[in-house]
Design a binder for this molecule. Structure first.
Ligand code: PMV
Length: 353
């Protein structure tokens, strides 16, 4: 019937990079200047839930729409439009090949999306958001698309989103084609390969970040001298070392690459003109706390990393929970700003699956 409402829902988790994506070689297609690698935080604590629906009864004058955390959100942006276009054209191809299918591609789409964590607080909300957005519509359209193919589409919404289509340890291969057809994600290892891995999230500030990742990247590519060294030498080496560390479940190696890569990324930000600072004094206190913990234990049991904001993500292994989480509360409890920070809502610790 013409008033049938077709509907599909999905959730997508946040991912936190241990080798960072920072820099676009093609801003329109979201093609990166370097490959990256992340860990997907699959536990239901940090995720976007999205429902996509379409119906011939939705007034076409409404167009496509998105309700994000209860508020109407703009879908006119080029990145969102690219996702709609890619998904619709794949559905239209299915419909052309099979005329008995309902013509969903011609109907307005309505998306309803909820994050259960602060939006744009440096917690990769765009990654979970676009991953859920793309998969919800792909499910609605019954597209026979693999996670890698969906990652190609999600990448055009937000680069880091391509990695949230997989669980576990995920690489986004930069590719070298001008049309971006080889710039997609693949899984390096399942979460179950290293079940002891944990992430502690320290919410230093839940406020919206100051410099968006898009403009931060643009400024870094345009003005940082260090950046060339990072994309040609530092990151390719970190990618190799990181994949090896994950395959061998070598936490000390995983941790060193994670911390070095975060430092390298933030160094290129400080090297732009004018400089960009994402970390603040509380962030730096978290770095010193990790160093203190590792020195006290006498081996590397914790690794910090920071995205485009002040919040810290600390990776550690289950067996070292006491040393890492216990010490963190003890050390940071005495630092100004931290008490408040630790009260800001998120559960401090979560497993990855
Ligand atoms: O996907 P974007 O455009 O929000 O950029 C993400 C950039 C970092 O989070 C800083 C690094 C990464 O690889 O996720």
């Amino acid at each position: 019937a013409s008033d049938t409402v077709y509907r599909a829902s999905t959730t997508a988790p946040v991912n936190i990079a241990v080798v960072k994506y920072w820099g676009k070689r093609d801003p329109k297609l979201n093609l990166p200047t370097n490959s990256s690698l992340s860990v997907t935080l699959s536990q239901a604590d940090l995720r976007t839930l999205t429902t996509a629906s379409c119906s011939a009864s939705y007034p076409s004058s409404d167009g496509d729409s998105l309700l994000l955390n209860g508020e109407p959100s703009d879908v006119a942006g080029a990145r969102t439009q690219a996702c709609f276009r890619e998904l619709r054209s794949r559905r239209a191809a299915l419909e052309a090949a099979n005329p008995s299918l309902p013509k969903l591609s011609a109907m307005p789409l309505r998306l309803v999306s909820e994050n259960n964590f602060p939006t744009a607080a440096g917690l990769a909300s765009s990654a979970a958001g676009f991953a859920a957005f793309v998969r919800a519509i792909a499910n609605l359209y019954e597209l026979p698309a693999s996670p890698s193919e969906l990652s190609l589409i999600a990448r055009q919404g937000s680069g880091s989103a391509c990695r949230s289509l997989f669980g576990g340890y995920v690489a986004w291969r930069m590719g070298d084609k001008a049309d971006g057809s080889d710039s997609m994600a693949d899984q390096v290892a399942e979460a179950s390969h290293w079940p002891e891995m944990r992430a502690l999230i320290l919410v230093v500030s839940a406020a919206k970040k100051g410099v968006s990742s898009t403009s931060g990247m643009q400024q870094t590519v345009a003005t940082s001298g260090l950046f060339q060294e990072r994309i040609t030498k530092v990151v390719p080496q970190n990618m190799d070392l990181m994949e090896k560390a994950i395959k061998e479940k070598d936490f000390a190696a995983f941790a060193e690459v994670t911390m070095r890569d975060s430092n390298s990324f933030h160094a290129t930000c400080a090297d732009t003109y004018p400089p960009i600072f994402y970390m603040n004094d509380v962030s730096r206190a978290a770095i010193r706390a990790v160093e203190t913990i590792n020195a006290n234990v006498g081996r590397t049991v914790a690794a910090y990393t920071f995205d485009a904001g002040p919040n810290a993500v600390i990776y550690y292994l289950e067996q070292d929970t006491e040393a890492v989480v216990g010490t963190f509360y003890h050390v940071l409890g005495e630092i100004d700003g931290w008490k408040q920070a630790s009260l800001k809502g998120l559960k401090p610790s979560m497993s990855l699956d």
